[in-house]
Design a protein. Structure first.
Lengths: 485, 481
């Protein structure tokens, strides 16, 4: 039964749903006038309202609602024309009022979807809802067992995005998260920095045996501090659930924490007892009525979304779909591309440089394109140098490396290091002549049909010119000169 | 001339006429407090030095010919659930025994801006939960009319202080009758304004969809003066409304001939003290004499007012009081070894019985599985109660009823029987549920104890109930009541 293993593998279907919390980049907090800036000395971005002193009342931040609507439009949701805020009641020291002002039965945005690109085509991942709420303060547990509380974050506007359980692999979930983050950054409602907590993601995951119909109970995964951690945690859970199913066992409904050091998920609490948040309307905030006109105004104000931009890149710059997709993944990359194109009108070449060396290096160092020390003009200068034959491709890569490290303009680097490509045939002829005379055997080999010998001579020439020779010219000259002998 | 017996308006007039100084007014009241408050216990905190300093400043203003505010020099008592910057604000509870707020409530800013002088913070039922001021952590307040009797509640301290001449005016707060009931028991005028007329910013909530700051005065015009002083839109309270005219004094004396008056049969045909009913019906006759057109009306959902109120109020209480957890301010139990124990021990030790009872009732009413049967249903009935009044006010300008079905009861008489205590609110809670305005004023005496008449008006029609009250008061005066 050679097929058995494979069939069994196919028989397990993973089901993933996500809950994403994103802090909105409003000027002020959700219900008071305090600054919404990240960081600051502990408990300095606070007032009686956001630390929940008795007697204080919330005043809804219109920009918070606007940003929520922006996200809703970008993700194709239905925007509620009449909604309200509710109280979610629970006790925790970072929750100043004993309840969080959130939304229960009437979310600001209903439904919607995000499209992700898979090998087999485009997949729509549907959203259940997007609602607005306030963030809590932050607890830090010290080594001596104390808990420190910082309420700077208390009252910061949040949206919570809940998906349907429609992702079937950790990779799909990663693509979804990438797309979600790119879009939120595009429309400038959130900076989505996981390391600062402005984007947080919880995963609900379980596995179904499609042959027997057996299902594992859902694990909720927390403490996922990066997309990479989220994917690793999902992969770990997927294996754990499948292994249990194979043994005829099941998981328990529980919340598990991803341990970055141990590379495993660890049970935090079992969900035997469902928490009862006793939601009810927050009557200190009036019913929110949203006029269709306002929604339209917001819709018109939205910048070009990734999907539209990708289409435009394919048309306007004649780029392959893959290139257009990569270049529009983030707003900043797309801007960098378009800026570079302005100075150097060769879209495919620019695309190759950005997708290749630039993005690869950024990925290796876990940096964003905003972190580059050089600008689009510098990159276009570099590409021009290569295109005009002033330096060769390999030298170009070296120069780019230098640009990464120092931020210097490529022309300066080329000048300082004497990297100008040698295209002068007279100068090259002398060098090649010398190399040929030192390598008579190679000439014989080449004439006997060993093409490798040609490569050797060209290589020696490049070496002698410290890589500055124009390789196309060298190649042609070597062939010509051997033939002349 | 006994200063503490003057009306607030008279005090201000004599101040402007330079017959007395602001300092003399405040000193006279401090003296009165020293004489009587040991027995009455109307105050939790006194602010003598601050008040005297402020009095000096007002005297200086008058001397220098500067303009002074509408409440200038008038000593005012503030219910201790209204936060005052740098002045202890306890809500009558152990859990806030030493809580000193860093900010002023909107109404406090208004009073200060109008040169009113805050003389202290008054006693109240713990977190405004009660109808007798007996649930205060700081001891009961006594009714100045009869020290064996309660002053009503929860704003009992504010009522007793005005009645006893310890202050001229005071602020209370209402959730279901906490100003009108003590006004009735102490023979004062007490107004519960329309929800949204007065900012709630800085008023420590009991049930935030029902709460509203109210006022006490010894006569209608004094109460109207106090109300004018605190009414108006506040950007910090999203439920406050932009109301154009909040001057309730100038039109007070308008005649009420032709005023359409409804008498809800549901409020007269209940089990109540017959003597109270008689006094109120006598008052109705006076309104007829004044030209009012009186008719019996029906408020069919009136009988559901009390149960509806107790579900909605307790639900909101359970959430509003969650922030008192011992973490950031207020009382914290000394006995704990885990986070849960901080919560449980702090709240078990810091709250009194009535507060705990209501938190548990509200938590239950909001719990999943019970939420729809209790909270949601109560909200639907609340809408029906509101519709009752909407219908009535299409035809009538004001509605009259007794304020409380009984005379002031004795200390200890009902404290062990919460349901009997809750019955005191029978005729007042619906007004809060509907968000409309009402006042209580004295309309007669039975065995030396005052009977309160309730005058109810539509949303933001404070002027209607005040005009009616003023006309009735003047008629009574001319008849020597």
């Amino acid at each position: 039964m050679p097929l058995k293993g494979k069939v069994n593998q196919m028989a397990y279907k993973t089901i993933i749903g996500l809950e994403i919390h994103t802090e909105l980049m409003t000027k002020t907090k959700m219900f008071c006038g305090c600054t919404n800036a990240f960081g600051g000395e502990a408990n300095t971005h606070c007032c009686p309202v956001c630390i929940g002193l008795p007697g204080t009342l919330p005043v809804l931040n219109k920009q918070g609602v606007e940003f929520g609507i922006k996200a809703g439009i970008a993700f194709n949701c239905d925007i509620a024309t009449k909604t309200k805020m509710d109280r979610k009641n629970y006790f925790y020291p970072d929750l100043v009022k004993g309840f969080q002002i959130s939304q229960d039965d009437i979310p600001l945005c209903d439904g919607g979807y995000v499209e992700i690109e898979l090998e087999e085509g485009t997949k729509k991942v549907h959203l259940r809802r997007i609602h607005i709420e306030e963030d809590t303060g932050k607890s830090t547990h010290t080594e001596d067992g104390d808990t420190l509380l910082d309420y700077n974050r208390s009252g910061v506007p949040l949206i919570e995005i809940v998906t349907e359980p429609e992702m079937n692999t950790p990779e799909e979930a990663r693509l979804f998260l990438e797309k979600l983050r790119a879009t939120l950054k595009y429309i400038e409602v959130s900076d989505c920095k996981m390391e600062e907590g402005s984007l947080r993601c919880d995963v609900n995951i379980n596995v179904v045996d499609t042959e027997t119909g057996a299902k594992t109970k859902i694990s909720e995964l927390k403490n996922l501090n990066s997309f990479r951690a989220a994917v690793k945690a999902m992969e770990y859970e997927e294996k754990r659930h499948i292994a249990l199913l194979k043994e005829g066992k099941n998981t328990i409904k529980e919340t598990r924490r991803w341990d970055e050091v141990k590379n495993e998920t660890i049970s935090m609490r079992q969900k035997g007892e469902v928490s009862d948040y006793r939601y009810f309307p927050e009557s200190d905030i009036a019913t929110i009525e949203i006029e269709e006109e306002w929604i339209e105004e917001i819709r018109r104000s939205l910048p070009e979304l990734p999907h539209d931009k990708k289409e435009r890149f394919m048309k306007e710059y004649d780029l392959p779909e893959y290139d257009a997709g990569v270049l529009t993944q983030s707003k900043e990359v797309s801007l960098f591309f378009e800026e570079t194109i302005k100075h150097c009108n060769d879209s495919k070449l620019v695309s190759n440089w950005i997708m290749g060396d630039v993005l690869r290096r950024l990925k290796d160092e876990e940096l964003e394109i905003e972190d580059l020390k050089f600008g689009p003009k510098d990159l276009s200068d570099l590409i021009s140098l290569v295109k005009e034959g002033k330096i060769n491709n390999n030298t170009g890569k070296k120069v780019l490396k230098e640009m990464f490290d120092t931020g210097k303009n490529p022309e300066t680097i080329v000048k300082e290091q004497g990297l100008i490509q040698i295209s002068d045939e007279g100068e090259l002829k002398e060098i090649i002549e010398k190399i040929l005379s030192e390598n008579e055997q190679s000439i014989i080999d080449y004439k006997n049909g060993k093409d490798r010998a040609l490569g050797f001579i060209v290589g020696q020439t490049m070496k002698a010119t410290k890589g500055k020779a124009n390789p196309q010219i060298v190649n042609k000259m070597v062939v010509d000169m051997i033939n002349e002998r | 001339m006994e200063i503490t017996k003057l009306s607030a308006r008279e005090m201000r007039k004599k101040l402007i006429d330079k017959e007395i100084s602001s300092k003399e007014i405040i000193e006279a009241h401090i003296k009165k407090i020293d004489e009587v408050d040991g027995d009455i216990n109307a105050f939790i905190t006194l602010t003598r030095e601050e008040a005297l300093k402020q009095a000096d400043e007002i005297d200086r203003k008058i001397k220098d010919g500067e303009s002074i505010g509408s409440l200038a020099g008038i000593p005012i008592g503030i219910k201790d659930n209204i936060v005052t910057r740098n002045i202890k604000t306890t809500c009558g509870s152990k859990i806030l025994e030493n809580f000193i707020p860093p900010y002023d409530a909107a109404v406090i800013e208004k009073i200060k801006g109008k040169d009113g002088i805050i003389l202290g913070k008054t006693n109240m039922d713990e977190f405004a939960m009660g109808s007798s001021t007996e649930t205060s952590y700081f001891g009961s307040t006594k009714n100045p009319i009869d020290l064996e009797r309660v002053p009503g509640g929860s704003s009992g301290g504010s009522a007793a202080a005005v009645k006893a001449g310890e202050v001229a005016l005071s602020l209370g707060s209402e959730t279901g009758g906490s100003v009108r009931e003590p006004a009735s028991f102490c023979g004062l005028v007490g107004i519960k304004p329309t929800y949204g007329l007065v900012s709630r910013y800085g008023v420590i909530p009991m049930a935030n969809s029902l709460d509203q700051v109210g006022v006490f005065g010894r006569d209608v015009a004094d109460a109207a003066l106090m109300l004018s002083g605190i009414a108006g839109y506040d950007i910090k309270d999203s439920t406050s409304m932009k109301v154009e005219d909040t001057d309730y004094l100038t039109k007070l004396a308008e005649d009420i001939k032709g005023m359409r008056i409804g008498l809800p049969k549901e409020y007269f045909n209940i089990d109540m003290d017959k003597r109270v009913k008689e006094e109120v019906l006598k008052a109705v006759k006076v309104f007829e004499k004044l030209g009012g057109e009186v008719e019996e009306i029906s408020l069919p959902y009136a009988e559901y007012g009390l149960p509806t109120y107790y579900i909605i109020a307790t639900s909101e209480i359970s959430s509003n009081l969650a922030r008192f957890d011992g973490i950031r301010y207020g009382y914290r139990s000394k006995d704990y070894s885990s986070l849960d124990e901080i919560y449980i021990n702090t709240r078990s030790e810091g709250f009194g019985e009535e507060v705990k009872r209501r938190i548990m009732l509200g938590t239950y009413a909001l719990s999943s599985g019970y939420h729809d049967a209790y909270y949601k249903k109560a909200q639907r009935v609340r809408t029906l109660i509101k519709k009752d009044f909407d219908e009535a006010f299409k035809k009538y300008d004001i509605i009259l009823s007794p304020t409380v079905p009984t005379l002031p009861f004795k200390l200890g008489e009902k404290i062990e029987d919460p349901l009997a205590m809750y019955m005191s609110d029978l005729m007042t809670v619906s007004v809060n549920l509907a968000g409309i305005c009402a006042l209580s004023m004295p309309c007669g005496m039975v065995e030396g104890l005052p009977v309160g008449l309730q005058i109810i008006g539509d949303r933001f029609k404070e002027m209607n109930i005040l005009k009616a009250a003023y006309a009735f008061e003047r008629e009574g005066e001319s008849n020597g009541i």
